[in-house]
Design a protein around this ligand. Structure first.
Ligand SMILES: [Zn+2]
Length: 178
């Protein structure tokens, strides 16, 4: 069977003139091959229409994802900038401190380390003393006579004073030894 010009007419995108369309319909009723071709062509067109409708959505989501990534990157960059600024600030502050101390004609590193060491030790010891006293006070029944309190607290107080004094002396020696 000759399928021309019907095959061309099937794949024609523009609407056919009425006489051609009539001829085509007539041929399609008789010819299974052209009927199948027409069916395939129509379903393909349907799919294309559908994908045209759907395609903006993936594109949109992709754009949205890209913008999200960009926003995240921008945020990260901003945070990194903040961190760098913080580091620069800390560095320049310590530099100023060091220069100031050098101008004051002291051993700056020793001075800084010594003072930090003393502060840290005193703080730790003070916290420990506080904890010890607190735990003793908690464990003591409230009806313990005042004399017992004094007996407990006086040595502790003396001990802590000795501690602090010893620490102070040690840290001062550590600095002055230089
Ligand atoms: Zn045919």
């Amino acid at each position: 069977m000759n399928h021309q010009p019907f095959e061309n007419w099937i794949f024609e995108e523009r609407p056919l003139p009425p006489d051609q369309e009539q001829n085509l319909n007539q041929h399609l009723e008789e010819c299974k091959t052209c009927k199948a071709s027409q069916h395939a062509w129509l379903s393909l067109q349907e799919e294309m229409k559908h994908s045209e409708m759907v395609s903006p959505i993936p594109g949109f989501s992709q754009r949205w994802l890209i913008s999200l990534t960009e926003r995240r990157l921008r945020e990260q960059r901003r945070q990194a900038k903040k961190f760098v600024l913080f580091l620069l600030g800390a560095a320049s502050l310590s530099l100023i401190l060091l220069i100031g101390l050098m101008i004051m004609d002291q051993s700056p590193l020793e001075w800084v380390i010594g003072s930090l060491h003393t502060i840290a030790l005193v703080t730790i010891r003070f916290k420990q003393i506080q904890l010890v006293i607190y735990s003793i006070l908690k464990s003591l029944p409230p009806f313990v006579p005042v004399i017992a309190w004094v007996v407990f607290i006086l040595p502790l107080g003396l001990l802590s004073i000795t501690w602090i004094g010893a620490l102070w002396r040690i840290s001062m020696q550590g600095v002055s030894e230089k």
